[in-house]
Design a protein around this ligand. Structure first.
Ligand code: HEM
Length: 301
């Protein structure tokens, strides 16, 4: 099993995500050729980190799993804006990031069109838009291998990706006193645990599902600012999509759990579940499996 190398690397100083949809007449072999070209070119570009995911239904090897999004709790909702392809690119230079995003569009012309693109990157030493330290427990390669990679079967080395685009209400959050803000997160701005944080604190809700310390999912999101909106492009990698169901339900407060206080200040406005195939999937049979181009897959397989 050869996972995509980008899975092992947390986003660099500059990050971007492109969400793409198939054009009406695109066929499966064309899609495979396009994503294989993107993978081949960008995964070998020095200094660039790439993770490429597809809508799970596009991979014949993928098991059918229960619908993850949309999901609803008593006070908040995680909507779905599921598309066909998700590309996450990261670099330590903005120039390289722009190059990568341009190449994604150029290589997918005629087969995929861009539905959403977010550019962002590290704030200070690694803070989310409310100013709190984020990404404290950087995952080791071993943790990524254990938590984020499908261990066996036809998809060995693949990774399930969750993407959620969060808008953060900086104005509303800033009206809270600093101490109240820290009780919402469950950590101080500098990342110390708040010992008497309430059960609704984000940290407690995230940990309630077993997701603490890179156990259930590997977070690989980044903060962005786009057209006056600030938020978190939440991205994660996991070996099993059920990890996301558990984590999201813990935050939403389903089945009588306490909803996450952070969701009063951060709203998910879109998202989807993708599957990042292992390296060997790209190209391997793109040509052998060529099918007649009238075989449209725009509505899924
Ligand atoms: C706008 C949305 C979000 C913001 C601003 C946010 C912010 C934070 C912050 C500041 C921390 C503490 C720093 C750290 O431990 O690295 C944290 C931890 C964490 N968050 Fe979030 N988060 C968001 C969404 C989510 C979502 C959707 C999930 C899960 C699906 C999640 C899961 C976690 C986990 C697992 C931890 C680490 C818990 C631990 O190991 O102690 N977060 N988040």
């Amino acid at each position: 099993m050869m996972p995509q190398e980008g899975i092992f690397h947390s986003p660099g100083a500059f990050s971007g995500v492109a969400v793409l949809r198939l054009t009406r007449n695109a066929a499966l072999p064309q899609l495979r050729e396009v994503v294989s070209s993107i993978h081949e070119e960008l995964s070998t570009t020095q200094g660039l980190r790439l993770v490429l995911g597809l809508e799970p239904a596009l991979l014949p090897e993928a098991p059918t799993s229960p619908v993850l999004l949309p999901r609803e709790g008593p006070t908040a909702r995680f909507p779905s804006s599921q598309a066909h392809v998700l590309v996450q690119v990261s670099a330590n230079e903005r120039e390289l990031l722009l190059f990568a995003l341009r190449r994604v569009l150029a290589l997918s012309k005629g087969v995929l069109y861009l539905e959403e693109e977010l550019l962002g990157g590290r704030i200070g030493e690694g803070r989310e838009p409310f100013g709190f330290r984020d990404g404290l427990a950087r995952p080791t390669r071993d943790q990524v291998r254990r938590t984020a990679l499908v261990p066996s079967g036809p998809l060995a080395g693949a990774s399930w990706l969750l993407y959620l685009r969060f808008q953060q209400n900086l104005d509303l959050f800033s009206r809270l006193k600093p101490q109240a803000q820290e009780r919402v997160v469950g950590r101080t701005r500098e990342g110390e645990l708040v010992v008497d944080a309430p059960a609704e604190a984000h940290i407690h809700r995230a940990r309630a599902s077993g997701a603490g310390e890179n156990q259930l999912l590997i977070r690989r999101g980044f903060p962005f600012r786009h057209a006056g909106e600030e938020g978190l492009a939440f991205l994660a990698a996991a070996a099993d999509p059920d990890s996301y169901r558990r984590s999201l339900d813990a935050l939403l407060g389903t089945d009588g759990q306490t909803p996450d206080a952070l969701l009063r200040y951060a709203t998910a406005v879109g998202g989807g579940l993708y599957l990042a195939p292992p390296r060997g999937w790209f190209h391997c049979s793109a040509l052998q499996e060529r099918r007649p181009s009238h075989e449209g897959i725009g509505t899924g397989l």
